[in-house]
Design a protein around this ligand. Structure first.
Ligand SMILES: NC(=O)C1=CN([C@@H]2O[C@H](COP(=O)(O)OP(=O)(O)OC[C@H]3O[C@@H](n4cnc5c(N)ncnc54)[C@H](OP(=O)(O)O)[C@@H]3O)[C@@H](O)[C@H]2O)C=CC1
Ligand SMILES: CC(=O)N[C@@H](CCC(=O)OP(=O)(O)O)C(=O)O
Length: 305
């Protein structure tokens, strides 16, 4: 069986990466529009009409606009943008969080891909909040570093033209677009402080969550809970600090759909830092979209990944 897929925004950063992951597959036929038609609403609607699944790799406003235009058509959609991640009609595309969510993705018409930082933060927090190891109202901070590709074509051009040479910290006003989905899907009742940054390299991400309130010896229970939650998971694994050595390079999983979670700290003094390492363009974007596509089509979720 061959499934037809249309990527709306296929020449953008995320779109190109999804296309690269699907191109070589003989169970997928990509519907593509030429340069002249790629922003033509009639051509795009016709492509969605033909597709088994459409994938939106568009800025938020363009994603909202095309979803409105598709209303009532029954087209199945994966949205890579931020627009629908806390919308009740959309399944949050993070199948590793729980089986009910995986089933919702499999049967759903609308699936929203998580944001890159959110993928790391939610992966760490959800199992721990669910098991009562971190209180939903704990005072948390989330710190992160991303490669500049996380900012899409515009930021890539800034770095590659020499206009910016980075690094920089940003979104310190606590209005980052990922905060609502982190709060909703990690199950938090108190707003965390989120401090992302961009490094002068293209791709790769680390998300860190310090736990200064952890008592001596409690880190082992945190690690065990994460390991239990992700047992059998194909793409999310829990590793020991020794796996990295003294320096952790955010680029080490580039090109893959994998994410590593780890718990670091001194068991004698208490306090710890949770770390998620992923490719912002892999498990943080296009890899996750392909994984969700496979699940929606009832295929092996690791195909092409
Ligand atoms: N980069 C990343 O790490 C991640 C990005 N995302 C999300 O994915 C989405 C795409 O991001 P990204 O690929 O980085 O962005 P880019 O800016 O690289 O690509 C967006 C693409 O959408 C096209 N586009 C814009 N408006 C329209 C329209 N009305 N009709 C058709 N095409 C349109 C753009 O065209 P043109 O080329 O002419 O500008 C561009 O090719 C965003 O919502 C982003 O938030 C999600 C996870 C990670
Ligand atoms: C470095 C950088 O600018 N990153 C982007 C997030 C990229 C991403 O994954 O977010 P979406 O999926 O929500 O687009 C930002 O902070 O806005």
């Amino acid at each position: 069986m061959t499934y037809k897929v249309f990527i709306d925004g296929e020449v953008g950063t995320t779109g190109l990466q999804i296309r690269a992951r699907l191109e070589g597959r003989d169970d997928i036929r990509l519907i593509t529009l030429g340069e002249a038609d790629r922003k033509n609403i009639h051509a795009r609607l016709a492509a969605f009409g033909e597709a088994d699944v459409g994938i939106l790799c568009l800025p938020d406003a363009a994603a909202v606009e095309i979803v409105a235009a598709l209303a009532g058509t029954g087209t199945r959609v994966i949205d890579a943008s931020t627009a629908h991640r806390v919308h009740p009609d959309w399944a949050f595309g993070f199948p590793e969080l729980d089986d009910a969510l995986r089933a919702r993705i499999a049967s759903g018409q609308f699936v929203s891909n998580p944001g890159c930082y959110s993928t790391g933060a939610i992966a760490l927090l959800y199992p721990l909040v669910q098991r009562g190891l971190i209180a939903a109202d704990a005072a948390l901070s989330i710190n992160a570093i991303s490669g500049y590709s996380g900012g899409g074509k515009a930021m890539i051009a800034e770095f590659e033209s020499g206009q910016t040479d980075g690094p920089f910290v940003y979104a310190t006003d606590q209005k980052h677009k990922h905060l609502p989905e982190i709060i909703a899907h990690a199950g938090l009742s108190r707003r965390p402080v989120f401090v992302p940054s961009v490094g002068p390299y293209e791709q790769g991400m680390i998300v860190q969550i310090p736990l200064p309130f952890l008592e001596p010896g409690q880190g082992a229970a945190i690690k065990a809970a994460l390991a239990d939650h992700y047992t059998g998971s194909r793409f999310v694994s829990v590793v020991s600090p020794e796996h990295y050595g003294p320096r952790i390079d955010p680029r080490r999983l580039n090109g893959s759909n994998r994410m590593e979670l780890s718990v670091h700290g001194n068991p004698d003094t208490g306090g710890a830092v949770l770390i998620a390492l992923l490719d912002n363009l892999g498990k943080g974007a296009s890899g996750a979209a392909v994984q969700n596509l496979n699940i929606m089509l009832g295929l092996d979720e690791g195909l092409g990944l």
